[in-house]
Write a protein that binds this ligand. Sequence first.
Ligand SMILES: [Zn+2]
Length: 341
Amino acid sequence: MPGRVLLRHPSSLEHETGAHPESPRRIVAIERELAARDWLGWDVRESPPAARASIQAVHPSAHVDRIEALAAIGGGMIDMDTPVSSGSWVAALHAAGGAIAMVDALLGSDGFRVGASLHRPPGHHATAGRAMGFCLFNNVAIAAQHALDSGGAERVLIVDWDVHHGNGTNDIFYARDDVLFCSIHQWPLYPGTGRESDAGTGAGEGYTVNLPVPGGSGNDVFVSLIEHVVRPLARAYEPGLILVSAGYDAHADDPLASCFVTDAGYAAMSASVRAMAGELGVALGIVLEGGYDLGALARGVAITLEAVGSERAPAVAEAKLHPLAAHAREGLAAGRWPSLA
Ligand SMILES: [Zn+2]
């Protein structure tokens, strides 16, 4: 079995959000499901808090100070969607710290090839200077930046299959070519960004790949985009590390969006990223984002861990070339990625 490490921390339960879909119950549901399966044999570790310098490699100190100060006075609302409670600061430190520790385990000498960082608050909507969309610090961006800064990887691929556009991650790496950001998201939907034409700028032109899909999209669309667009992009880009912003809110049961991915779809997407990492010979890290139907979320995480943790890459089901994937390939091939022709 390849070495598999799972980072978690009880402070994820102390980020209190009141009557809110992004609730501590999400982590309870995930951990109950995984514990019932004996954590699938993964090496389970408690996440350390992130060093402030690692967070500030992505977020300006004023942003970090603001979250700390708001939690210290007992919390408040950052915007309509994004509450902070007294426990949020410590929870956010461990959510970022777990993603960093996962990267260290994957890129260090420990021999781990697959990791998962399962915390809340989630991160992919947080821009460098702004908490939003239930997200305080951008955990996956901090992890990617840490991988680059530590010399563990020269290039990082981030695959974001949360149903919402990962606008924060998009913006943080928009002008850079050392992170390739690929996002599949329902559009239009919160936060409204992520058009196909938003493809990076300057040195980063072509290194942001937005793959918007209409509401009602299901396994055929999502799996095809991962297998027939993201996977060949990964081959062309040759990252030293693959991170997945893993949300489970494209599931048919999710209350916040209207896509129709099923458990089988998440199994196929997970198998595809497992195969991607396997063929490139690089480590793979899963970072939890959204997912608001507790059953679909808990099963989805377990399905992903099972697929990415398997010794041999499982077969990718339902991977016919969908017209949306064919269209995306054409556009990418005409630009920075001729090998997708
Ligand atoms: Zn989401």
